[in-house]
Design a protein around this ligand. Structure first.
Ligand code: 13P
Ligand code: SF4
Length: 301
């Protein structure tokens, strides 16, 4: 029996739903029940009625799933699937930052640990960060963390003077405006779509047609009639784009933009996760309690 068939069989046996992020390996995406961006998958996890959720993504996504649907058993097939951006701030660092800005509203990107979310007022993802920040009364001071490029982009779109934590994603920070401008010059006429975590996303705006979350990029890819599109994000997303629109060529701005954390999970890990019931992601109940309000605001926005 093929690995994919084993996964299908085990999903039924365990009564499990398999969620996969757009950056996962193609063979993992192909056996998932739902593939999407971090907001879409958070909502799917919140609404999951099966007792087991296998999260083919990274740890913070599995923690979010647990907090939003605490009676489910949440499995992450490889514990090395972390996130360099989520590691950019600890709860202790956030408490110190908050103490320096009493009364400020804290907006945490979903790419943070559960302990950090427990200190936040709002969570957001790349697809609703602008919308979330727009909900905050204009007279309130805002601390935005941990991605300074996403934060700067949101600051530009909303006109809000937010304080930004100086953190970045090691994969996207390398995708800089100069590289985007070079690619654009080398592929005249091809639209450029970029993720807001890209290095200095707001400075890159003149070289970019659309700044979008990963699902926003997939939707653009599906609908475009352009012969070629330049894509500035992690290259795992190209699989879905090529499947959804074989008539367009999707060219990565940097073919080396590979997230090592997102590639930790392979099909054998998914099979073993289901067969051996590993690795359970749990979040202490007190942390869940404190993080839930900000996450509920995220999935509602
Ligand atoms: P999305 O919110 O667009 O899925 O991005 C998540 C992520 O980890 C990007 O690096
Ligand atoms: Fe984290 Fe960056 Fe990887 Fe996304 S691409 S999971 S932000 S390290």
């Amino acid at each position: 029996m093929s690995l994919a068939a084993e996964v299908e069989r085990l999903k039924e046996e365990r009564n499990a739903v398999l969620l996969a992020h757009n950056y996962q390996r193609p063979e993992v995406q192909d056996v998932a029940d739902f593939v999407g961006d971090s907001l879409y998958l958070s909502r799917k996890a919140r609404d999951a009625d099966r007792p087991v959720i296998v999260f083919a993504g990274v740890r913070f996504m599995a923690e979010t799933a647990k907090i939003l649907n605490p009676t489910r058993r949440v499995l992450l097939p490889d514990l090395k699937a972390g996130c360099g951006l989520a590691d950019a701030i600890t709860a202790e660092q956030l408490r110190t930052w908050k103490a320096a800005h009493p009364g400020a509203v804290v907006v945490a990107y979903n790419n943070t640990s559960a302990d950090v979310k427990a200190e936040a007022d709002y969570c957001c993802t790349s697809s609703n960060a602008v919308k979330v920040v727009e909900q905050i009364p204009a007279d309130r001071e805002v601390l935005f963390l941990p991605d300074m490029f996403l934060g700067d982009y949101v600051r530009q779109k909303t006109g809000r003077a937010m304080h930004l934590w100086v953190g970045d994603c090691p994969v996207h920070a390398k995708l800089r405006p100069e590289g985007l401008a070079r690619a654009r010059a080398a592929h005249p006429g091809a639209p450029v779509i970029a993720h807001p975590e890209c290095g200095c996303a707001s400075a890159a705006l003149p070289h970019v047609d659309r700044v979008l979350s990963t699902d926003g990029m997939v939707r653009f890819a599906e609908e475009t009639r352009a012969p070629e599109v330049l894509v500035a994000t992690e290259v795992g997303i190209l699989h879905r784009m090529e499947r959804l629109n074989p008539a367009t060529r999707f060219t990565p701005i940097d073919a080396g933009a590979v997230c090592p954390y997102m590639k930790e999970i392979d099909l054998a890990d998914v099979r073993d996760s289901l067969a051996l019931d590993r690795y359970e992601i749990d979040v202490p109940p007190a942390t869940q309690e404190r993080a839930r309000r900000s996450l509920e605001r995220m999935v509602a926005a």
